[in-house]
Structures are given as C-alpha cells and as structure tokens.
Design a protein around this ligand. Structure first.
Ligand code: EPZ
Length: 430
C-alpha cells in the first residue's frame, strides 16, 4: 500500500487548479442511466471513486468512452456514457462495498426499467449511514421494496408515480436519488426539506439539459414533473468546493498564499468566513479565490457542521488540523456524522491538544508546534487533515493508507509539490 512522506516546515505559495467535484460527478454519472442516448461529462476528476462507479456502470451494460483534453495548462478528462440497454439490473456487493455512492444507480435504474437490485452498502468509518430516506421515498412513489440477502430488491412494474415527499433529514444522497427517479415518474413529485448542496444544483442542470422538468433549484423544495423519456446531453462538472477548501487550509496552516484556480467562493461562504475570522485575507475573484495567510495571527474559532449552506462536515477534520496550531481554544461540533473524529487520536500523536466530549464535540487548544509521526486515517477527509498536520510538523511525517486520499484528491502530491511542499509518494506493493 502506498504511503505519503512529508517533511514539514515549508510555506506554500502559488496556484492550485481545482478539479471537478467528486460528489457532483458521482450522481451525474448515475444520471446517464436515465437515457439510452449518450451523456458527455467533462472536467471529470481522475479518482478511484470515479473508476469504481464506472466499473459498476460497465457491469450494468453502459458503454463508456474516455477522452483526455488539455485546457489552460492542465489535463482534464471527458467521459461519454451510453446505456442503450441494460445487461444487468443488479449492483453487486463487491462494487457497492468499494464505493457506497454506488447507491446512486438505485433511482435511475428503477425509474427506467421498473426493477433494480442493489447490495446494501452497510456502515462505514464515519457513521451507520442508513438508506431509509431513499427507500421510504421510493415506496411513496409506488415502488415495492424488499430486503433480501443483503440486497434491496425494488420493483415498479407499472412505473413510478409522483408523490409529495417530506424528507426527515436534508440528505444529499436521497435528494439526488429521488430527484433522478422522479424525472421519469408519472405525474408530479414534490420533495420538501431537500438538500441544497451545489452538487445537487449541478445534477439539476444536467437533468434539465436531458429534458427533465424541475423547479426549485438551490431551494429546499423541489418540484419535478415526470416526463416519458429523457435525451442525451453534454455537461461540465462544477469545481470541487471541498478540494478548494482543503487547499485553502493548506495555505492557512503554512502561513502561505495560494490562489485556488477555478474555485467558486459562493460555494464556500461558511468556511471562508471562518478563515477571515482567523485573520486570513481572502480575495474572491470571478474564477478563483486567493487565500493569503502570510501575515495572519491565527486565532481559534468555533465551528459547527451543518447542512449546506452551513459549515460542511467534509471540511471539519481539515479545520481541526488548522485549529491545533491556532491561538486560544476552538470548539468543533460535528452534527452530520456520528463518528467523524477519528483524526483526533492521530493529531494527538503529533502533539495536538484535543479533548473530545461525547461523540459530537471537541475542544482544541492551540499548541506552538506539531511533531512528525507515522499516522493513518480511516477516511478521506481525515487523511487530508493528517497531510495538513504533516506540512507544518517538525520532521518527517508518513501518512499511511493513501488509498483514502486517492478516492477524493486528484494529483494530491503533484498539486502540493507545485506550491512548495516537500512531499512524495512511496510506492509499495499491496
Ligand atoms: C454525501 O453523503 C457526501 N457523499 C458526503 O461526503 C458528505 O459528508 C455528506 O453528503 C454530507 O454532506 C457524496 O456526495 C458521495 P447524507 P451522503 O445522505 O449523501 C442521514 C466525502 O468525504 N441519513 O446527506 O451519504 C445520515 O446518516 C463524503 O466526500 C439518514 O438518516 O450523506 C447523515 O447523518 C463523506 N437516512 C445525514 O443523513 C438516509 O437514508 C446526512 O447524510 C440517508 C441519510
């Protein structure tokens, strides 16, 4: 298994190009299953989670074409998906266990064919991750659902029908799944308490290009008028706000200055406000964000994760890494996932002073320095938090289990090296 070696202490300065958003790309790929015509997605990030979902689509009968494009000095991938006919309606355990967002095939395949079997993904390191909202909503749309041998078996022989659905929680995954299913249902579907993350707006944009009738983008009430058929479309995936936020923190923690090329400041309001409150200069440009922490006197801030537009849970671990070296105390409260503090013991092994209270809050008291250590994390964002700590720690930090990072950070070492980090990947056989 590969490792990442970081020698801490370098101030990071320069430009980082922000890739296409993983959490937008995944539902957009699944949306291609709603039509027999080609769907072309550009600005696709090269990540193992994308490969995993592509492999599942190949299993279902999708033809995938890939093209590399050179744009403004960086390469970008364009994928065309076409599912004329399904060769299988089963998403097997082996695919779903590798990547839980495989559950995005549920809504589209059921809506188009009237049948789907999806292995239940089970819990993961950050929480139990139930699918009850997805399944209850599909039942309200007339689907018959059974759990058999670890699989969700869903039938809607006469097609799905529109329904008025009120989500108990603003789930991102359920919003995407039900939105996709509703595009081909008979009649109108209303989703109340829908999630409003920018990735959902991106999915709505693609679905509308495919001929779907959707109202309420960027609001918590979505109205979808079902159509009998969708067509192919072309779409550019939006930039990854979590990747941008992660590199903003890399600038902050190393007291450097980084321009995040392509990042959209509007999608990062809550985290950028915290950085500003920490004495960091943020300049919002039309097509980039400049984070300048060269003269910052970093002072701790409280953060509380919430549904968008609240503070994103996917940046909680990275902010906690920053708080470990900020003056005073910071309170970090995790409201979305019940087990998302696994980075804490590893940060403490590097000298951080953190007290976890229950499973939802932690007090971080700033220390003067962190020191390098071999560390490992159990999820993607926690792994990036350890990279951040390694960037400022005295000595050489080894981050193990790099496969977590490969799921969500495209060309991580390349991007950090280009702004001055002393970082390298150590290739090791699995
Ligand atoms: C998405 O997960 C993201 N993943 C996660 O990012 C992110 O942390 C999360 O949204 C919250 O922003 C993808 O987009 C692929 P949810 P998702 O359904 O859709 C509860 C990363 O690091 N819930 O919005 O699975 C659930 O337990 C990943 O990139 C139910 O109770 O999250 C949680 O407490 C990690 N029943 C809350 O809702 C359900 O049926 C929000 O979950 C579904 C969810």
């Amino acid at each position: 298994m590969d490792k990442i070696k970081i020698r801490g202490g370098n101030q990071l300065n320069g430009k980082i190009h922000i890739s296409g958003a993983k959490n937008a790309a995944l539902p957009l790929i699944a949306a291609s299953l709603l039509t027999s015509e080609p769907v072309t997605l550009s600005n696709m990030p090269i990540l193992s989670d994308i490969t995993s979902l592509n492999n599942l689509l190949l299993e279902l009968g999708t033809k995938i074409e890939q093209k590399e494009e050179q744009k403004k000095g960086h390469t970008s991938e364009t994928y065309t998906y076409q599912t004329r006919n399904f060769t299988s309606l089963v998403a097997p355990y082996d695919f779903v266990r590798k990547m839980r967002a495989s559950y995005y095939v549920l809504g589209p395949v059921l809506a188009r064919t009237g049948h789907v079997e999806l292995s239940l993904p089970g819990g993961c390191a950050i929480g139990a991750r139930p699918m009850d909202i997805h399944l209850n909503s599909l039942e309200q749309m007339g689907a018959q659902i059974e759990i058999k041998n670890g699989y969700v078996v869903a039938d809607a022989k006469k097609g799905l029908k529109g329904a008025h659905i009120i989500f108990p929680k603003a789930s991102v995954g359920a919003t995407c799944n039900i939105l996709m299913a509703a595009t081909l249902a008979k009649g109108a579907t209303i989703i109340e308490n829908a999630a409003q993350e920018p990735e959902i707006g991106d999915l709505i944009d693609l679905l509308v290009k495919m001929g779907a009738k959707i109202e309420g983008k960027n609001t918590s009430v979505l109205k979808i008028e079902g159509v009998s058929k969708l067509n192919g479309a072309e779409h550019t995936i939006l930039p990854d706000r979590i990747e941008a936020g992660s590199y903003a923190i890399a600038a902050a923690i190393t007291k450097g200055k980084i321009e995040l090329e392509g990042a959209i400041a509007d999608h990062l309001k809550a985290p950028l406000n915290i950085l500003r409150a920490m004495d960091i200069k943020i300049t919002e440009k039309e097509n980039s964000i400049i984070v300048d922490a060269r003269n910052a006197d970093l002072q701790g801030q409280d953060i509380m994760t919430d549904y968008y537009p609240g503070f994103p849970t996917d940046l909680q671990a990275q902010f906690m890494a920053l708080m470990t070296v900020a003056g005073g105390a910071s309170m970090v409260t995790e409201n979305i996932w019940e087990n998302r503090f696994m980075h804490v013991p590893e940060l403490m092994r590097m000298g951080a002073n953190i007290n976890v209270h229950g499973h939802a809050s932690a007090i971080v008291r700033g220390v003067k320095k962190l020191s390098a250590a071999p560390v490992m994390a159990t999820d993607l964002r926690a792994s990036f938090a350890l990279v951040l700590a390694g960037l400022i720690a005295d000595g050489e930090t080894i981050v193990n289990r790099v496969y977590h990072l490969d799921r969500g950070y495209e060309k991580l070492e390349e991007k950090l090296k280009a702004v001055g980090a002393d970082i390298e990947r150590i290739k090791e056989p699995d």
